[in-house]
Design a protein around this ligand. Structure first.
Ligand code: SF4
Ligand code: SF4
Length: 287
């Protein structure tokens, strides 16, 4: 004799049949008296976890120079082909500005784009970055009015100049190398840098605070920057207006800090250049 028992429920009795049409209300009634867990977004914004992978940020050194050297390693590591980078020579900037540069060393990122229609927020680009220029923020509000607007440009991703730092381009700290910068030996703008900016850009908005740092009347910029978002540009302002404003805590790397330590393994996956020609990868454009 077989042990087979059908999984089909037993047929209901007369009372079960009578209550069947209203049985579903039992779930409703049971839920009505439980605490509400609905988040009232966008009126109340619940902060995501601290290590949440949100919008990227291009960071700066303590004197205001950019960390990105335009090496394209992030673009080559990206599995979604979302990043487009064009590097350029600081030597050209030195000639154009009469002595200033955008980042320490030979190269800087002249063009930097991330296509957020393609990005899967995996963080491989952050791991590949050799200068800790690229980190990810907690900003998750990345909706935009147009598909083209979802390609964030360098000015949308670049960290604001910290209070007390000096906006670039300007000379490196005298006697230092790009390695010194990377090792965190530059902790504030110097009198030489302030004097150079005062001579070449006397109206620079960051001069006053940087001068105060040099004179010792205000503390040096914090090595770890926590801020809400980069300053509004035309592109971000348009995007911001379309989505009704947003805020998100940005997390940055600190020389020798926990994030830098966690990023020590820089594994990158070489990808064939798909859209941008030899030697470069593209961000896929609008497809
Ligand atoms: S987070 Fe991942 S998908 Fe997005 S840009 Fe970086 S590597 Fe590409
Ligand atoms: S890997 Fe880092 S330094 Fe190189 S281009 Fe990307 S963000 Fe800039």
């Amino acid at each position: 004799m077989s042990d087979y028992q059908p999984l089909r429920p037993q047929a209901k009795g007369p009372i079960g049949k009578l209550l069947a049409p209203v049985a579903g209300f039992g779930v409703t009634l049971g839920s009505m008296f439980r605490p509400t867990v609905t988040e009232q977004y966008p009126f109340e914004k619940v902060p995501p976890a601290k290590r949440y992978h949100g919008r990227h940020q291009l960071n700066r050194y303590a004197d205001g120079l950019e960390k990105c050297i335009g090496c394209e390693l992030c673009a080559w590591a990206c599995p979604a082909d979302a990043i487009y980078v064009e590097g350029a020579d600081n030597a050209d900037v030195l000639v154009e500005t009469g002595g200033g540069q955008v980042s320490p060393g030979e190269r800087y990122g002249r063009v930097y784009q991330i296509n957020y229609l393609r990005c899967i927020f995996c963080g491989l680009c952050v791991e590949a970055c050799p200068t800790r220029a690229l980190t990810m923020s907690n900003d998750f509000e990345l909706a935009g009015p147009t598909r083209a607007g979802m390609i964030y440009e360098k000015q949308d991703l670049l960290a604001p100049v910290a209070e007390g730092a000096l906006a670039g381009p300007h000379p490196m700290v005298t006697g230092t190398t790009d390695t010194d910068y990377y090792q965190g030996k530059v902790t504030a703008p110097t009198a030489d840098q302030v004097a150079w900016v005062r001579e070449h850009r006397p109206d620079d908005a960051t001069l006053e605070a940087a001068t105060a740092v040099v004179e010792g009347t205000r503390p040096a910029p914090a090595p770890t920057v926590h801020t809400l978002r980069p300053p509004a540009t035309k592109a971000t302002a348009t995007r911001e207006a379309a989505r009704g404003g947003h805020a998100g805590e940005l997390t940055h790397d600190t020389p020798g800090g926990p994030l830098s330590a966690a990023l020590d393994a820089a594994g990158s996956t070489a990808r064939a250049a798909a859209t941008a020609g030899p030697g470069q990868t593209g961000n896929g454009g609008i497809r």
